[in-house]
Design a protein around this ligand. Structure first.
Ligand code: 3PG
Length: 357
């Protein structure tokens, strides 16, 4: 069976439900006494722009939908309003007047007469529960479904697996590219293969550290996840017994905001052995304003860039961090996926991709 690709779809005159990656890092800023939400890094949004432009150019009406953060119910601080503005700016719409609208039961914005954005789907219970009725209602808004949200394709949520059940469905250009590049690495990586994992979202990442242990030659773990040393020691123990790869857990500094210089140096030595490097998640608390806890992540980023070997980096925070320090161009491939990328490289089937066959 073949993946259904957007380039083979007839979208002219159709309404397309475009599931996009909208989960971008945000910061709250105060200007003129007003709290404003700013998008810190728009890499994930830029990734599906070619798909959106193609759809509009080919005469489709487009409804963009996705999630932002992990709200419990409606949470104004996680509204997609900044994303609606970002899209309008990107499409260079003059005299922008974003119109708030309702599409069926869903809140959203009209960006153009042929372009709409739905409010954060995680404001509705049905999204994460993959509720059948909820999925049907979303599907009822459109004629065609396109998934260009690789970063969310490991989630069995309504907009990822429920909606495509009811509509002709296709993979967008970005999703197609992610699958192409990551499949090559998964099939036949140049070794030694080093995987570096940091960041938050422990419950997603811990099982993946374990899986990476069976794929990589070295697994380096830093950041918040390194605190979970007990479970990691178990992984290490099992691994040493079956002697497939080595696991190194970075030691945290006193404030537990970063890994120590010594651990960083050890990590760099391992990175220097690599022919393929995969990185997800900063190893320190890089948003910290009080101290420089991006020190280790920065050093590791420079070491990977300098190595000139094949390198893949993924995940919203990591992409944002690299852009911030001006290094993103130095990596071979920037994946939009964090957890999704690690899942894919663990040879797990991603439900959002499976449904598109
Ligand atoms: C991500 O940031 O990895 C994706 O947007 C998925 O988010 P989630 O882990 O909250 O499902």
């Amino acid at each position: 069976m073949k993946l259904c690709l957007l380039k083979n779809a007839n979208v002219s005159g159709k309404t397309v439900f475009l599931r996009a990656d909208l989960d971008v890092p945000l910061s709250q800023q105060k200007t003129n006494n007003r709290q404003q939400t700013k998008i810190i890094d728009d890499s994930r949004l830029l990734a599906w722009m070619p798909t959106l432009e193609y759809l509009l150019k080919n005469g489709a009406k487009v409804i963009i939908a996705g999630h932002l953060g992990r709200p419990k119910g409606v949470d104004k601080s996680l509204s997609l309003n900044p994303v609606a503005k970002w899209i309008s700016n990107k499409l260079k719409i003059e005299n922008l007047k974003l119109k708030k609208i309702n599409l069926g039961e869903f809140d959203g914005w009209e960006v153009l007469p042929s372009l709409f954005l739905l409010e954060n789907l995680r404001f509705y219970e049905g999204e994460e529960k993959n509720d059948e009725e909820f999925a049907k209602k979303l599907a009822g808004l459109a004629d065609v479904y396109v998934n260009d949200a690789f970063a969310a394709s490991h989630r069995k949520h309504a907009s990822i697996v429920g909606v495509p059940k009811h509509l002709p469905h296709f993979a967008g250009f970005r999703l197609e590219k992610e699958i192409e590049v990551l499949s090559k690495v998964l099939k036949d990586p140049e070794r030694p293969l080093v995987v570096l994992i940091g960041g938050a979202k422990l419950e997603t990442k811990l099982p993946l550290v374990e899986k990476m242990h069976h794929f990589a030659d070295y697994v380096l773990v830093g950041g918040k996840i390194a605190k979970e040393t007990e479970s990691l020691i178990k992984v290490q123990h099992e691994k040493l017994n079956s002697a497939k790869s080595m696991l190194f857990v970075g030691e945290l500094n006193k404030n537990e905001t970063d890994i120590t210089d010594e651990s960083t140096e050890n990590f760099i030595q391992v990175i220097n052995l690599a022919k393929t490097i995969i990185w997800n998640g900063p190893v320190g608390y890089v948003e910290n304003k009080k101290e420089d806890s991006a020190r280790a992540s920065r050093k590791l980023a420079y070491a990977i860039a300098k190595s000139k070997e094949f390198s893949i980096v993924g995940g919203g925070d990591t992409l944002g961090f690299l852009r911030n320090i001006g290094l993103s161009e130095e990596f071979s491939f920037l994946s939009t996926g964090g957890g999704a990328m690690l899942e894919f490289l663990s040879d797990n089937k991603l439900p959002g991709i499976e449904i598109l066959y």
